[in-house]
Design a protein around this ligand. Structure first.
Ligand SMILES: [Fe+2]
Ligand SMILES: [Fe+2]
Length: 267
């Protein structure tokens, strides 16, 4: 079984900056490579309705491939992020709807996740992270995402849901998916507070702890626009973002960048 992986497509921004038909390129890749499953681990574009429509259209135009998705922070940029999250659940392949069994052995368990400052550096209070401003820069989620509860409580909701599913599927081989970062070693510490302060908003160490506790075989995430693929003990860890054109791309051509970036796992 072939599983394709990509995150952080940021369709709107990248389409505007490159002029390319991002979805047309994705469709072309899927049609020519025919993976059984395509996992998009968040940041499809900005705003829930737009993300939902892109996912529905892509699934409709590639019916042979099962599209799976977890929401990123950009997908829930809305006046009410909780209802944005609910809107995105209308996509049948949204893993927030529940685990997806691929065959008798493998199951995909995931949800977008959020952050609880557990990856934050020392020297700042929870309140400072909660305000999310360092010098004159405020973390964009503080402006564009609106949850009813503090970040830590939102993260707890995700953790509880994920753990209940992981518990239920013990004995199966699990591919776990979140948008947010599960392990601190994937963060850059630049020893520059104007960067390092915002590592608090990258994810939660508790996602990683869950993955280790339940012996997850593969972990797929996104959010940081740096590509990683490593085998760590018994876990294969993949972060495979497209990221922003031009700074984070290797090519000026959208088709070349997308085709060379998508990763295919075999199970
Ligand atoms: Fe992103
Ligand atoms: Fe993100």
């Amino acid at each position: 079984m072939k599983i394709a992986v990509l995150s952080d497509i940021h369709e709107g921004l990248n389409r505007k900056k490159t002029g390319a038909d991002m979805m047309g390129v994705l469709k072309k890749w899927i049609t020519s490579h025919s993976p059984d499953v395509f996992i998009i681990s968040g940041d499809m574009t900005a705003g829930p309705e737009k993300s939902l429509n892109l996912l529905l259209q892509l699934q409709q135009s590639c019916p042979q491939t099962k599209l799976l998705f977890v929401n990123g922070n950009h997908d829930v940029y809305a006046e009410d992020s909780k209802s944005a999250y609910q809107t995105l659940l209308q996509f049948p392949g949204n893993l927030g709807n529940g685990p997806v069994e691929l065959n008798d052995h493998w199951v995909v368990i995931g949800d977008g996740g959020w952050y609880d400052y557990s990856l934050g550096i020392e020297g700042f209070t929870q309140e400072q992270f909660s305000i999310g401003t360092f010098n004159d820069f405020t973390w964009p989620d503080k402006t564009y995402a609106h949850w009813l509860r503090p970040d830590q409580e939102e993260t707890n909701q995700y953790l509880e849901k994920l753990e209940s599913w992981l518990e239920k599927y013990q004995g199966k081989k699990v591919i776990m998916v979140t948008h947010f970062v599960p392990f601190s070693r994937f963060l850059f510490i630049k020893n520059d507070l104007s960067w390092d302060f915002f590592n608090a908003m990258m994810g939660s160490a508790r996602f990683g702890e869950l993955a280790v506790k339940y012996g997850v075989k593969k972990y797929i995430f996104g959010h940081i626009h740096t590509r990683y693929h490593e085998q760590s003990h018994d876990m294969e860890i993949i972060c495979n973002p497209l990221g922003y054109y031009p700074d984070e791309w290797n090519s000026d051509d959208a088709e070349e960048e997308i085709f060379s970036t998508i990763k295919v796992l075999e199970i």
